[in-house]
Design a protein around this ligand. Structure first.
Ligand SMILES: [Zn+2]
Length: 454
């Protein structure tokens, strides 16, 4: 250990074999991104990955035996992956990894379809923190489910296949934009104008009204067997119809929709599936983080406590003692320093792309409000773990004090009496329809999470 501290650039220190490993790892990550654009799709895709690795469905409350590889599918929207280890639970606890798989998007309203000026639209209600203007004039796809009265669930995925149509939200031409151009950005774009253009060809007789809307309904009925009323019990999400792509002549970056937070979920999954360990590992893909982790698929739900309890009881251990000795990495993205907007960052404590997965001792806003603020002792322990396994990582803080802030699921796990710290990949353009990460940092997250569960 040198006398002074300096971050390490992963690319600058990687030899040829390490660089090849970084590139190869991100090929798998890009496939994972394209295979699941919503929480439901990511959970379904992850179940395929863990089943291929020999994991079996877990029935809540069933006994868990040492060596078991299990997963619990919570309502198709969140997933608990359990690797039951051989190490003593009351002294070692459980290694918990949590990332979320919901991302900012435009949800359809429950009565979404209308026609205006011979154009048919679907009304949306945005989910999570977005800059509204970023969602105009880009190709959008529609994903989700329609739950019919008879109990059948219809899956919808339109706009991802090359042969599919996409959907579109219009913007005003600059020539006529003078009134809007002078408004603050936060006031210039109305949420009620985030309407998806979905049709334009009228059907029926000239005397009929809303003939374009009817045309759309006829197509939906033919393709999915649904009527307008079925939107009442639908969860349909509009997301960018864009695939993950390498960025840069040297392919140093990946741009994609929804890095936040699948860029932490994927390394969690690979670390869980690939690491040889005696520890018991619980890996969680959570829903609803972007809207406060509420509800029975979010991390405020006591399900995580129930599952930890089932593990403890199965081993004949006291659940409270197991929790007290458990450790958690709350894996969520942080803001990468952006040279285009330096005034938002404090340069000593910002996360820098290419410098490894970033640890936020605390998150929150103003005076660390809403943060679990991990202990020095826990971070000291993790420094030792990462050093031993050659993990390149960096400390980070989400922007300058008092310029904003944000929260994660960390506090909900810490509230269960589990040592928890935030650790995740730095992202540029976070919450934009097309976000950017460094491939080096994605691979560093895999190495860090692998070291943690070892
Ligand atoms: Zn987020």
């Amino acid at each position: 250990m040198g006398l002074t501290y300096k971050r390490t650039n992963v690319y600058a220190t990687a030899d040829k074999a390490e660089l090849d490993a970084i590139m190869a790892y991100n090929e798998g990550y890009k496939k994972f991104l394209d295979a699941g654009k919503t929480e439901r799709e990511t959970v379904a895709n992850t179940i395929k990955l863990v089943e291929a690795a020999g994991f079996k469905p877990y029935v809540l409350g069933a006994k868990i035996s040492k060596g078991d590889k299990l997963y619990y599918n919570n309502r198709g929207k969140s997933l608990f992956i359990i690797r039951a280890g051989t190490a003593d639970l009351e002294t070692n606890g459980v290694r918990v990894l949590v990332a979320h798989v919901d991302s900012p998007r435009l949800d359809l309203k429950q009565v979404p379809l209308f026609e205006k000026a011979s154009m048919a639209y679907l009304k949306t209600h945005y989910y999570g923190g977005i800059k509204k203007y970023q969602w105009l004039t880009i190709p959008l796809s529609l994903h989700g489910v329609v739950a019919k009265k008879d109990g059948t669930l219809v899956s919808v995925n339109v706009g991802e296949d090359e042969a599919d149509p996409v959907f579109y939200i219009t913007d005003l031409l600059p020539h006529l934009s003078q009134e809007i151009d002078v408004k603050p950005v936060k006031d210039a774009f109305s949420a009620e104008n985030l309407n998806l253009l979905v049709g334009g060809i009228p059907v029926g007789d000239a005397a009929d009204s809303d003939r374009v809307k009817r045309g759309v309904l006829e197509i939906l009925h033919k393709k999915y067997g649904i009527c307008e009323e079925d939107f009442l019990s639908a969860e349909l999400e509009a997301v960018p119809a864009l695939k993950a792509h390498d960025v840069g002549f040297d392919r140093a970056y990946v741009a994609s929709y929804g890095h936040d937070d699948r860029v932490c979920a994927y390394p969690e999954i690979t670390a869980t599936l690939q690491t040889e360990t005696e520890q018991t590992v619980l890996t969680v893909l959570a829903d609803k983080e972007e809207i406060g982790s509420e509800g029975n698929t979010g991390m405020q739900c006591i399900l995580i406590r129930d599952i930890l309890r089932s593990i403890a009881v199965s081993y004949g251990a006291d659940p409270a003692v197991v929790r007290a000795h458990s450790k958690c990495l709350s894996a969520d993205v942080t803001a990468g320093f952006d040279p285009a907007f330096p005034s938002a960052f404090e340069e000593l404590n910002a996360a820098y792309v290419h410098h490894g997965v970033a640890m936020d001792k605390f998150t929150g806003s103003r005076g660390k409000s809403g943060s679990n603020d991990a202990s020095a002792e826990y971070i000291g322990y993790l420094r030792g773990v990462f050093d031993k396994e050659g993990v390149i990582w960096q400390p980070s803080e989400l922007g300058k004090v008092d310029v904003g802030g944000g929260g994660t699921v960390a506090k909900f796990i810490a509230n269960q009496n589990i040592d928890t710290v935030d650790m995740g990949v730095p992202v540029l353009s976070m919450h934009a329809p097309y976000e950017l990460v460094s491939k080096a940092d994605v691979y560093s997250a895999h190495k860090a999470f692998s070291a943690f569960v070892k």
